[in-house]
Design a protein around this ligand. Structure first.
Ligand code: FE2
Ligand code: FE2
Length: 158
């Protein structure tokens, strides 16, 4: 495998932080739901957090496999004072859209640096982001459909 360049290595370390911050944001959302005994939503966001951790590790493994250097950066404290369910769902949706833009940026950098070996990983993430954006949008639709239901605890994983 090719050796990772300095520029992409730095971008990938930044993305490791972004993915871990995503996990942190979703864990805080999960706690918000759990504190209100909205257990299905709490479980859904806890599962998302696990996936974000796996995403971080995909970048870590790529850096290690290509002879780069892993740097774990400081994580921002996640927001915890949400007013209502919809605010959380919309925040998650916006966050996924932001992450999609980050992946586009990484793809552009890999292209500029002619680091073709990084393409399969980044293409995997592009596909994954389509799914993640679809999931958060579906959750909002579901919420709007159930908004007269006191619990809104009908949210299933799939
Ligand atoms: Fe992610
Ligand atoms: Fe995500």
């Amino acid at each position: 495998m090719a050796q990772i360049g300095e520029k992409l290595n730095k971008e990938f370390n930044d993305q490791v932080r972004e993915e871990l911050e995503s996990a942190y944001i979703y864990l805080a959302m999960s706690a918000w739901f759990a504190e209100r005994t909205l257990n299905k939503l709490a479980a859904w966001f806890a599962k998302q957090a696990e996936e974000e951790f796996e995403h971080a590790m995909k970048f870590v493994n790529y850096i290690l496999d290509t002879g780069g250097s892993v740097k774990y950066e400081t994580l921002k404290e996640p927001k915890r004072d949400y007013d209502n369910i919809l605010e959380i769902l919309e925040t998650a949706d916006h966050h996924e859209k932001y992450i999609t833009k980050r992946i586009h940026h990484l793809y552009n950098v890999a292209q500029e640096e002619k680091e073709l070996s990084a393409f399969p990983l980044l293409l995997w993430f592009l596909e994954e982001q389509v799914e993640e954006e679809e999931q958060t949008a579906a959750l909002i639709d579901m919420y709007k459909g159930y908004k007269n239901d006191f619990n809104f605890d009908h949210v299933k994983r799939e």
